[in-house]
Design a protein around this ligand. Sequence first.
Ligand code: F3S
Length: 295
Amino acid sequence: MQRSGQRSGRSKGSLKILLAKEMGLCFGVKRALALVEKAATEHGHLHTLGAVVHNRQVMASLESRGVASVTSLSEVAEGAVAVPSHGAPPAVFAEAESRGLTLLDATCPMVKAAQQRARQWAEKGFLVVIFGDPDHTEVKGIAAWARDRAIIVSSEDDLAGLPSAAKIALLSQTTQSLASFRHLASCLIQQRLGASSQLLVHNTICNATADRQAAALDLARQVDVMIVVGSRDSANTGRLTALCTVHTPTHQVESADDLEPAWFAGVGLVGVTAGASTPDWIVQPVVERIRHFDH
Ligand code: F3S
């Protein structure tokens, strides 16, 4: 698939499609999918602890190959269980070991690094502040690695509720926007510098996220309408949609069937991007369908 930000080919009319320079599956999701597919082939059957990636079509495809998603280890009597790319709390690893379950750790290395950072800071007596969505599995997992020394904040307003602490360390959910994290970090420093003797800020937003967001923003500034491809339960896809919406009308779709002709009426330039959990085989039909709106 063309990813140069150059015009995608067309044969008639005035509609042009531009693809983001960076889009679609990130290395962490590719790695997790490869591990899960290999294990499913070897074992004939495999459980995953929640969705291995936040993409319904990908999960449906895996199910057809013997991969079943469970919400808790208690649902698994025996065999192999995969930890998804967004990670799991330490209690999951301990339970699997005590019950003799084979745990396949497909945690993205970037998420793993954030977990380890949180654990080390907590052990050194820091209050660990995690910028992210408190309901997201990755964020809950990172907090669990910091034991009882973590607080999750999702906005500047949440900083007012932080307890006083001599040492505070801030990190981010890997898929947050850098601009939002930068803003939160500067608010924290303004509010707490002086009251706390040590303030640490570590940027744990992954490069794949930052690159996809920058490319999507670059494209959104050029086009008349943006189409973002990815599941509604994908945090990084939702972030791309939110960022692009600031600059141009933006629609998030899970598949080509979600596209509406009215979005392209009178439109000259269409931009397309996709979340880090969206493979090419889902994006390509969307691009093809948009071409059919060219008239
Ligand atoms: Fe990992 Fe970043 Fe992808 S954290 S799973 S490389 S979006």
